[in-house]
Design a protein around this ligand. Sequence first.
Ligand code: BGC
Length: 753
Amino acid sequence: MSSTVAELLAQMTVEEKAALCSGADFWNTKAIGRLDIRPVRVSDGPHGLRAEDPSVPPPQSLPAVCFPAGCAAAAGFDTDLVEQMGRALGGEARSAGVDVLLGPAVNIKRSPLCGRNFEYYSEDPYLAGELAVAYIRGVQSRGVGTSIKHFAANNQEYRRLTCSSELDERTLREIYLPAFEAAVRRAKPWTVMCSYNRINGTHASENKHLLTDILRGEWGFEGAVVSDWGAVSDRVAGVRAGLDLEMPACPAHDRQIADAVRAGTLPESELDRAAGRVLELALRAAEHRADPPAEADLDADHDAAAAMAAQCAVLLKNRGVLPLGQDQRVAYIGGFAAAPRYQGGGSSHVNPWRVDSALDAARRRGRSVDYVEGFPADRDQREEAEFLRAVEAAESADAAVIFAGLPDSFESEGYDRRHLRLPEAQNNLIARIAAVQKNTVVVLHTGSPVECPWADDVGAVLCMYLGGEGVGRATDALLYGEADPSGRLPETWPLRLEDTPCYQDFPGNGRTAHYREGVYVGYRWYDARRMPVRWPFGHGLSYTGFVYRDAALSAPVLKEGGQVEVSVTVRNSGARFGHEVVQLYVAGPENAPDRPPQALRRFAKVALQPGAQTTVRFVLTARDLCVFDPEMGDWYADSGEYTIRIGHSSRNVPVALPLRYESLRRRPLTIDENATLGDLLRDERTAPVIRAMLARFGQRLGDPGAGPEATLQALDGTPLRAMVSFGGPEGAAALPGVLAALRGAVPPPAERG
Ligand code: BGC
């Protein structure tokens, strides 16, 4: 706490300090006029500014540029692009007098059904973390704070205010926390927003393990923890746990805090800590407010948003149909051609500055396009005459582009989807058109994967996700080859809902959601089961092609504490300019129990002219090989042989480099009668003692009828005490000596250096 804040606190009453711990209204913190403390103004976020216009009754907000939503931004696989988006968002916030933008939203896509997935980045924690860092750096570079949300394990909308996400510590650390960890450690957001849900029974807003022990104790967070709007259950418990600011205003809770301090059940020092952090935030905001804001140029931001949407689109399939030629007669079908779906519903809903449709863009560019609605964009309805008109138009054109997607009502904050299907009217029309027109292209507008039963029958599929207000212009440029599709899937597109990792546990019974799939989320699940998927994580095509060569490691061995450089040369082997996303996955060590087959650890997006090449370099450290070991309470990797895989997607991996890792630490090994022979044989300190023992008693401990592999497996799980049961009097007599020898080889923790 700074001395200024300490001085301010010293001049405040308990009631004033308690009052500072909740907002003044929906979007402002409280002012304290006599101390010259001004309110901090906050606004949603994350992909556009939703600042309410005080002159118009809610829910009208000021017009602002709607950038690609999180689902699309993540598909860009491009930290520079997200940082640029952050800078633009920060600029708009500054010029509207907003101090803190409520984003980024980085929750992991545990199930494609989560209604809010369109706001979130990925099923992969590393990708989500890198993008969060970039977003925060971008916004905060404009003197506007961020609020990374929703901390934590908030992966469904169903009963989101009460449901408890039940998960083990390893899963929490490896899947649901790393995006927050990366952001807090490297980008230092001004605030962190705690989520609505409970985690293992305790509300996020009262969760000391998360809000204090991990966030501050381990990651060094110095900003303020803000509640999600209405996420507070027990306010006094919240102060104790580390929740500083409740939003929105809640005078009843302010009184509870003051009463608890007066009654001696809440130490005043804990209230000072929370109020002090709100004061720090107010001082920080005031300092930045002192710089005169630049006027935001919304037209320029709109152009930037359209350019970004083009870079975030994912070409999922192309049998040579795309790009279209200027001389082709093309039928545009589907209501989304004229009125694209470009954002989702709920608190992130932006009042857009201007919306581009693909149809307008095509007409402006003089393309030979005929439009038939075919099906409405806002509901699942089949109108026979319109359906037939669409089929006829498609059949008589050179190519048909069907603008499909989920209607607004299918995905929003507040509720989850129940299935992954597009409206039936759309699926029927796509199937019907594909039967009469081989050059059929499907353009998808969706915030999350949908089942594509017609995928094998159409010529091309281009996913625009929810690409923001410039999506129509971007679609036009991509369809006609004026931009190269360079997005990659930030999530697996499954063949069917039943294949998804938490199919049986999502969304739980209303009270609890058991994360039984553990760390096997997204591709970690599909890879472990070698399941076919519609399109894998990291997948995305281009109009050109890329080859990798000369992949190398700077050293064959990585020692804990050291680092290794991985390099690979990427060449554009096609005839067009394009972008490649080089993806690096770590696999191994071989036969490691309970470890996903691979995990994304680095990526880089490079732009290359035809025939050009560049060398991409990544630096890896031990942490990139680690899993979280709950017993050690730390990240840990066993010594062994790992594989560094470099690919175009998680399932198209042309490069595999072996890397030996040498750890300086060992997993804790308890030496007693129940230690297993397998564990003792795996540790090179104890292995010689056990080998000597087996030479004497092995015959008796193994099953004489079993083959060598079965014997090995049985011995692996055999505890030392078996020497007493099965080793005869000689075995029982030898046990104390064996234990003493083992203890000599592995000193107990206190004696270790
Ligand atoms: C959402 C947050 C949002 C807040 C303020 C909540 O319902 O969960 O993401 O920032 O409202 O609008």
